[in-house]
Design a protein. Structure first.
Length: 99
């Protein structure tokens, strides 16, 4: 039983160290750049959606939304496409709905 436990623990350590990848901070910039590229191409070509893997469809506006990063608080007015600046930050509406 002792050998089994040791092998199991060692396997866990090997898996844990072998499964580590880049930090999320390294992955986000290229991911957001690709989303922005796809969203910009869809808007330029007047396409409503972008076809993904397995025929999934993604709205160009949603891809853009995901590409901008922080879209609430002080950053909201710089990235939002809201018609009125007062409506740019979604937090007040979320809090109002919560009440």
């Amino acid at each position: 039983m002792g050998r089994f436990l040791v092998r199991t623990l060692l396997s866990g350590v090997v898996l844990a160290t072998g499964c580590t990848g880049p930090a999320i901070d390294e992955l986000l910039p290229p991911f957001r750049s690709e989303l922005l590229r796809l969203a910009t191409a869809a808007e330029r070509d007047e396409r409503f959606a972008v076809r993904g893997v397995d025929e999934w469809l993604f709205l160009g506006s949603e891809l853009r939304h995901l590409s901008v990063g922080r879209f609430w608080g002080a950053d909201a007015t710089t990235v939002s496409r809201a018609r009125r600046l007062d409506d740019a930050d979604p937090i007040p509406a979320i809090l109002d709905f919560k009440r």
